[in-house]
Design a protein around this ligand. Structure first.
Ligand SMILES: [Cu+2]
Length: 255
């Protein structure tokens, strides 16, 4: 997620915190080094060996602080890990050394396009080895592991074209395994999706694909709204689900 506001505040907080503790530790270090420096003729005193009150204090207070930090961290982790239920779903397939993207209407592209202000969940799979799906602009990175589906989601808040990288060394052309994500308005996105039109598959294959898609999703298949899909076939296959909601589930999974 792009959070422009708040990011500067967070950076200032971290910086001031770092400066505060740096100065505190430095001043205490110099002060005590000076105060307890070696002096000729001064008798050596016994150092204190045990202080229950002190030890309880420095155990419990940090424990409480760590619990609070964990609570906020876990909240953030859950937000990152669990996509909103109405997310738009894009399948990302990684292979040596490129990405391809498949949208809920079955269309496929080599460049990623997503609509703005919409939660988009990426279902990651690999055709061969381990890759790392990384979009620095959204501060998200997730491994693409052969034999399993990983998920990561974003909600873009500004339009533009941004980088996608692979972060796992996946062979000879790993460094050229780069791509782009184009964030565009919903209208532009739908227009672009429509232009992929008829798609990458020949008609017979496409029919088969749509049939499998509808069969696999069974009763679970909820939506296909006109505004999201250039694909009327799927909409008419729909039986009792409400019309006009966003697309939920999508692609037939490789078995
Ligand atoms: Cu890779």
């Amino acid at each position: 997620m792009i959070r422009q506001r708040g990011e500067l505040g967070m950076a200032m907080f971290l910086l001031s915190e770092a400066v505060f503790f740096f100065l505190l530790i430095l001043v205490l270090l110099v002060t005590f080094a000076w105060k307890y420096r070696y002096r000729e003729g001064q008798p050596m005193l016994d150092a204190p060996k045990h202080n229950t009150a002190l030890e309880l204090t420095w155990t419990f207070i940090p424990t409480l602080i760590v619990i609070v930090i964990f609570f906020y961290g876990f909240k953030g982790y859950l937000q990152l890990a669990v996509p909103p239920p109405d997310s738009y779903e894009v399948d990302v397939t990684a292979r040596m050394w490129s990405y391809s993207f498949r949208y809920p209407n079955g269309e496929q592209s080599n460049e990623l396009h997503i609509p703005i202000n919409t939660p988009v969940v990426f279902v990651l799979s690999s055709d061969d080895v381990l890759h790392g799906f990384y979009m620095p602009i959204f501060r998200i990175k997730k491994d693409v592991v052969p034999g399993r589906y990983n998920k990561i989601w974003v909600q873009a808040t500004m339009p533009g074209t941004f980088d996608i990288f692979c972060t796992q060394y996946c062979g000879q052309d790993h460094s050229s395994m780069r791509n782009h994500v184009v964030v565009q308005s919903r209208a532009d996105f739908i227009e672009w999706l429509g232009k992929l039109g008829g798609g990458s598959l020949p008609p017979v294959e496409r029919g088969k694909y749509l049939w499998v898609l509808a069969r696999q999703s069974g009763g679970e298949w909820k939506i296909v709204s006109d505004c999201w899909s250039s694909d009327l076939t799927l909409t008419t296959m729909e039986s009792d689900a409400p019309q006009g909601a966003a697309i939920r589930t999508s692609q037939p999974r490789k078995s």
